[in-house]
Design a protein around this ligand. Structure first.
Ligand SMILES: Cc1cc2nc3c(=O)[nH]c(=O)nc-3n(C[C@H](O)[C@H](O)[C@H](O)COP(=O)(O)OP(=O)(O)OC[C@H]3O[C@@H](n4cnc5c(N)ncnc54)[C@H](O)[C@@H]3O)c2cc1C
Length: 369
């Protein structure tokens, strides 16, 4: 309770893996007045989205209304447009007063299929169904970007619909440029086997005035694609914050935090997940783990007082670094703690159901039907 005899007001900006984890831990404790704010009305198990164009029904299990995850009084559907020292301003003209704020706004992707910050669960499921229709009508599908999302989606389409021409172009000199070379080699081998045409060291530019035409800049090749997925690097979702608080973000727009995940210079703000300036790889399970650390610190602030609270120091993940890549439903590649692992293990672990069952279980939801 505050001096005014009310619960501490905690506003959480963004309901992805990180923000949801803070919100669920705090609402469960009953200690704070929690408001989770997100522009969309649903949580998405986004590692399953790569299969959605070929299996749109996956939307029934990987899209979950926030109402099924936290009590409805704790969720506010709106986009945050500004923040001051005691309130956040929303795009619906309202503002929310707060005592503590948690930034969990993630990163923004150019392609609205890969990630959206708007709409209802029904809208998103419709997007998946429409993507399937577009795919059925398309002869050539172009992926721009050779990171995990581009590679996994290209593999999904090439294996599920072998009649399509699938092209992937990346400006890097190998697929999965941030990952170990053995993983790149496995991905390249699989895509070749599936007939995907891969261009390396290529920038892609849309032809001015052309419909669905793209030039691969260094080769000068023109690709006429009926469907294009932009799977290029994502940037932090902090443009709105940078304009009012330029001191808070680094040059890449990531929010600078101290060892307790508090925003530097703002002791009543925390930041975590993809939008935070942390050395760890940007992954969903890291964001969720950081969310639990922040929830723990907020509980300490409430129970011990802001001046004397023993905050939880952020522990960078030092466990085994594992990267599991799906290469269609019946193939995969994995690298764990510097070791390459045979294809059948990642296939068994991830490729079959893209961790949907496991993630739903962690969220306390029933297994997908
Ligand atoms: C296609 C795909 C596949 C992936 N595969 C894997 C994988 O296999 N394993 C893995 O660990 N990670 C994977 N990732 C990465 C993982 O999803 C991210 O690391 C994780 O989502 C980060 O969580 P977050 O909470 O920081 O941000 P996000 O999950 O991006 O959530 C941010 C939330 O903030 C909301 N938001 C943004 N701005 C505002 C605003 N101004 N006002 C209100 N709300 C706002 C957004 O709508 C969103 O819900 C994948 C990502 C993608 C896109």
């Amino acid at each position: 309770m505050t001096d005014a005899g009310r619960k501490l007001r905690v506003v959480i900006l963004g309901g992805g893996h990180g923000g949801l984890s803070v919100a669920r831990a705090l609402t469960k404790s009953g200690l704070a007045d929690v408001k989770l704010v997100d522009g969309k009305g649903f949580f998405e198990i986004n590692w399953a989205t790569v299969r959605a164009p070929v299996e749109p029904d996956i939307g029934t299990s990987c899209i979950v209304d926030y109402a099924d995850l936290i009590d409805s009084a704790s969720f506010v559907r709106a986009t945050v447009t500004a923040i001051s020292s005691d309130k956040v301003v929303l795009n619906n003209g309202q503002s929310l007063p707060y005592d503590l704020a948690v930034f969990a706004v993630g990163t923004k992707h150019r392609d609205k299929f890969i990630q959206t910050g708007k709409g209802t669960a029904a809208d998103r499921r419709r997007t998946f169904q429409d993507a399937r229709k577009q795919l059925e009508a398309a002869k050539t599908v172009l992926f721009v970007g050779g990171g995990p999302v581009g590679v996994e989606m290209a593999a999904e389409i090439a294996t599920a619909m072998p009649g399509k021409t699938v092209v992937l172009a990346t400006s890097a000199d190998r697929l999965l440029a941030d990952q170990p070379k053995s993983l790149s080699a496995s991905a390249a081998k699989a895509l070749k086997q599936y007939g995907v045409k891969v261009y390396l060291n290529e920038k892609v530019k849309e032809v001015q005035g052309g419909t669905g035409k793209f030039t691969l800049q260094s080769a000068g090749t023109e690709v006429q694609a009926d469907l294009v997925y932009w799977c290029v690097g994502a940037t932090a979702h902090t443009d709105w914050l940078k304009s009012s608080h330029p001191d808070v973000c680094n040059e890449r727009g990531l929010i600078k935090v101290d060892e307790y995940l508090r925003v530097k210079g703002h002791p009543n703000w925390f930041a975590l997940g993809d939008c935070a300036d942390l050395p760890e790889t940007k992954l969903g399970y890291q964001a969720a783990r950081q969310g639990l650390e922040v929830a723990q610190s907020i509980k300490a602030v409430i129970q011990q007082g802001p001046e004397t609270a023993r905050l939880t120091r952020h522990k960078p993940y030092t466990g085994m670094q594992a990267m599991i890549l799906t290469l269609g439903k019946n193939n995969g590649a994995m690298h764990i703690a510097g070791w390459w692992v045979p294809w059948f293990l990642p296939t068994f672990l991830k490729s079959k159901d893209l961790f949907v069952k496991k993630t739903r279980h962690e969220l306390g939801l029933s297994a997908p039907s």
